[in-house]
Design a protein around this ligand. Sequence first.
Ligand SMILES: [Ca+2]
Ligand SMILES: [Ca+2]
Length: 285
Amino acid sequence: MAVFELSVSILAVCAFLPSGAPALGFIDAPMHFYPYGCQEDKVVLPNDDGHSGQISLSCSIRFYQKMYPCLFINTNGLISFVNPISQYTPLWFPQRSCRLIAPYWADVDTTENAGRIYFRESKDNAILNRAHDDIRAAFGVNFSPRSVFIASWHRVTFFGGSEVTPVSTFQAVLITNGRQTYVMFNYGDIAWTTGTASGADKNGLGGVPAEVGFNAGDRFRYYTQFGSLTPNIINIRMDTNCGLRGRYMFRVDGREVLLPTPKMYGHFTPVNSRAALRRGKPKRG
Ligand SMILES: [Ca+2]
Ligand SMILES: [Ca+2]
């Protein structure tokens, strides 16, 4: 699949207000989203199962104990390392040889001018400070980010949909200091779960619904968010793992994905992937 990017030229201003409110030039997204749609953003041009070009990072990202200097934004709701991914029906984790971050793995299709996918790496002080504060609030640690990568799927619909079918908005934020990596998923309206090639009806429901989580690519390690691959995933914006509805946070550089502690004790709660799958719900301390 050919790869396309271009700078966003329709929006001129890329300032940021310390209050966290979006400034002129940003898309009007829910307040818990990091700002996107500014001139510094690039977009993935309209496609079905394609991806961005290989994006080189100024600050490498450590994911499941391995360092990655670049990544791909994949249209179907994925960020991947090493290789792009065109698979449109989500697969059960663990999967061998795909190292991926899945804010919402489902058959997104932007070819009918329905929605847009934005991305940028930011070292803006306001963004770094915001990430610092969000990590401290969720994990109770004092972490100094060096770089924040923001990928946003804005009002995207599903394969088999059209300009008038339901749209969803979600975002993945990768926060790193070059050694440790935190990932944040933000959800706005989530109005469909499935493309028609994956068994959906005309409203994007049914079939094999979307999956949210992480896959190390070693056949063993992964994290699957509760509700993935079930119709309940459409309600993901109504819940949280970090005290802010519509937001989920994780630490992903280590042997296993770690979740925020429910009462912010300032330490991490390890998650056993296999035990979590057996129970259908991640363990929390
Ligand atoms: Ca697609
Ligand atoms: Ca397709």
